[in-house]
Design a protein around this ligand. Structure first.
Ligand code: FEO
Ligand code: CA
Ligand code: CA
Length: 657
């Protein structure tokens, strides 16, 4: 049993590896490239001067192709970079205003059900279902009315990634029972809120006919090839059609037809199996101990011993129509099952839908999905089916700067019964095993992916860190993951062949190696000019082609160890190709910065402050919730609260100028 103090923290995923496959990632690489790779490895080990051949330099960066866009492409950053900070507040450059806007426990806005937050954490389970959840993460803007580009009135859909039982209950996990597990389940999921700018500023509209909370118990339909599969059936759902809830929703996507994509990331933390785990359960990191959320103790859905197929019903991308609060969310199995970070959506040259997705764990992969059918701007109903059928691919980054999208299709490339796949639906439930089989490239924890709307076919991905890269018995460095003990991470760039997102081939390079600008150690040295940072996570372009980077240095490392002096987590801006990085925002203590949503006029930016006050390791002492942070309320009887923050310029100008 866990101690009563045991809380629920996001595990230190940097310490977890589920991929023990021996993909022949480089076995086919010609020997000419091997010598260079060896040079890189040896250079690292010896600490000698090392070059990174695929690191973008300003003079050889891809030139932006001016695509039609509502706002013209930015040519420079206009704000003054701010210093690092350890203050317990949100800091933005002079001329900008940042205001906490939608905090954990604030009423979501459901008519007749507007419970107030109780600062002693005594809100009931039912009240929590009508309030903002904890740990805000990915987020998207949807203008009102649907189909219009309104900069002053819209909806925000946002994820509540995980929970902290030390903050959620005044007695932590003492007196543990099903009601406490249910309150936690109601503090996860998604919020849809209506927001409006009036003479005073931005307000959450309460009540609102759009206001909605989706939780771990909200019914959702399964779509695509894995629907009705044997591995998807449970006693409660013998047809394999309807799942209760979504959880551990990390980053997100937004479709051109105005729906929200929410991505199930660390869902395996919830499940516990005491009996020996099978290959599939191990490959997805199902726990064999009860040291995690403890839902399995009181809700047998989360005990794999009792409900063996329930984990297979998580690890998907979920589509939600924010404009219809009565709509049933759908889990799209065609997009594959893994620890989904986000889902970056774009259109191919022929209007098929392309979705880029990272699997965030050490040595996992980058994927893309291409829909079978084409987007029709005039037929929203038909567009709603687009993510139900298509082809999933996984990326191989070759050592010579080229890349291939390898299809994961049953019956092709050895993906058949001899490798343990029964059909396409079965394969998708086992996506990671299929990707192992075709020889995808093991990456340094793929996080967010951003598509450059001002340079068609140009895509970026944060690889947050991987301290096991190059360790004995682990995958060695390679050209795309070039630093052993990669504590600071990097940002990858690729360009699809013919600038078409549907291409099977691409070329790639590295936009930036994160780290310290003043370091002599090539493993720690950042390649940027200007503001240094590490552990990039959130990544998004605004409407002017500015690339925004948000950091998630783990709570046990913030401003300590290799990160000493680097301050709290932060948000950085750059224009790809310039190599200039400016610090735009620093967060309060113990938080991660995440969630990026711009209004269509680029004059309002919403971001999320996640888990202020998180102290590292895995315990928050419920008797001392303010030990690290008291943001945003600064009350002597309060507790830190994750919050959406609204950022504007005091002169009403464009963000980034
Ligand atoms: Fe939820 Fe990979 O961050
Ligand atoms: Ca993240
Ligand atoms: Ca992260």
């Amino acid at each position: 049993m866990s101690s009563p103090l045991k809380s629920v923290f996001k595990k230190e995923h940097s310490d977890e590896i589920s991929n023990h496959s021996v993909n022949p990632v480089f076995s086919e690489v010609v020997s000419a490239f091997m010598s260079r790779r060896r040079f890189l490895q040896m250079g690292m080990v010896a600490g000698a001067a090392v070059s990174f051949p695929y690191l973008v330099k300003p003079e050889n960066a891809f030139a932006a192709k001016a695509n039609p866009s509502a706002l013209s492409k930015a040519v420079s950053l206009g704000f003054t970079s701010i210093p690092v900070s350890t203050a317990d507040t949100v800091t933005v450059p002079e001329g900008y205003i940042a205001r906490p806007f939608y905090r954990w426990g604030d009423a979501v806005g459901i008519k007749g059900n507007l419970p107030e937050f109780k600062f002693d954490a005594s809100n009931t389970t039912d009240e929590q279902a009508a309030q903002a959840g904890m740990h805000h993460d990915g987020m998207a803007w949807f203008s009102l009315p649907q189909g219009k580009e309104n900069p002053a009135h819209g909806l925000l859909a946002l994820n509540h990634e995980y929970i902290d039982n030390g903050m959620l209950f005044k007695d932590g996990t003492a007196n543990w029972d099903l009601d406490k597990a249910r309150k936690g389940q109601n503090a996860m999921g998604i919020s849809v809120i209506e927001v409006k700018k009036d003479n005073v500023g931005w307000q959450v509209v309460r009540p609102s006919s759009f206001a909605r909370r989706i939780t771990v118990n909200t019914p959702m339909q399964l779509s695509g090839p894995a629907r009705h599969q044997a591995l998807m059936k449970t006693a409660a759902d013998p047809q394999g059609e309807v799942v209760l809830g979504t959880m551990q929703n990390c980053a997100n996507g937004k479709t051109p037809w105005g729906t929200y994509l929410t991505c199930e990331e660390n869902w395996s933390d919830i499940f516990v199996k005491k009996a020996p785990r099978n290959v599939l359960e191990k490959r997805y990191g199902i726990s064999d101990s009860d040291e995690s959320y403890r839902w399995n103790e009181v809700d047998e859905r989360f005990s794999v011993d009792k409900t063996p197929n329930e984990p297979n019903r998580f690890g998907w991308v979920v589509e939600i129509d924010p404009y219809d609060p009565t709509s049933t969310p759908r889990k799209h199995t065609a997009l594959g099952r893994f620890k989904h970070e986000g889902a970056a959506v774009t259109l191919a040259g022929d209007n098929r839908v392309v979705v880029y997705m990272g699997d965030d764990q050490k040595f996992e992969y980058i994927y893309k999905f291409i829909s079978e059918n084409k987007y029709d701007p005039g037929d929203r109903k038909a567009n709603m089916q687009l993510l139900e059928s298509g082809t999933l691919y996984v990326a191989r980054f070759n050592d010579d700067g080229s890349g291939d999208w390898l299809p994961l299709i049953f019956g092709e490339n050895g993906l058949d019964q001899s490798k343990g796949f029964d059909n396409q639906g079965d394969l998708l439930i086992k996506t990671r095993l299929a990707a192992d089989t075709v020889g995808a490239t093991k990456m340094d924890r793929p996080e967010w992916i951003a598509v450059d709307t001002h340079a068609k076919g140009s895509v970026y991905c944060t690889l947050t860190n991987n301290s096991d890269r190059g360790k004995e018995g682990k995958a060695p460095v390679d050209a795309a993951n070039p630093r052993a003990n990669n504590q600071f991470g990097h940002i990858m760039h690729w360009r699809e062949e013919r600038a078409d997102p549907a291409s099977a081939k691409f070329t790639w390079n590295i936009l930036v190696l994160a780290g310290r600008t003043d370091s002599d150690d090539p493993k720690a040295k950042g390649s940027m000019q200007g503001a240094e940072f590490g552990s990039p996570d959130g990544l998004s372009f605004d409407h002017r082609g500015v690339l925004w980077i948000q950091t998630d240095v783990s709570s046990s490392t913030i401003n300590k160890k290799a990160y000493e002096g680097m301050g709290n987590n932060q948000m950085i801006a750059t224009l790809p190709g310039t190599n200039e990085y400016r610090r735009f925002l620093t967060g309060p203590r113990g938080c991660e910065i995440t969630g990026i949503a711009f209004t269509p006029d680029n004059r309002t930016l919403f971001i999320n402050i996640q888990h202020p006050g998180e102290g590292g390791d895995d315990i928050t002492d419920p008797s001392n919730p303010r030990a690290i942070s008291n943001w945003p309320d600064s009350r002597s009887d309060g507790r830190p609260r994750s919050s959406t923050v609204v950022i504007t310029k005091s002169n009403g100008g464009i963000i980034g100028t």
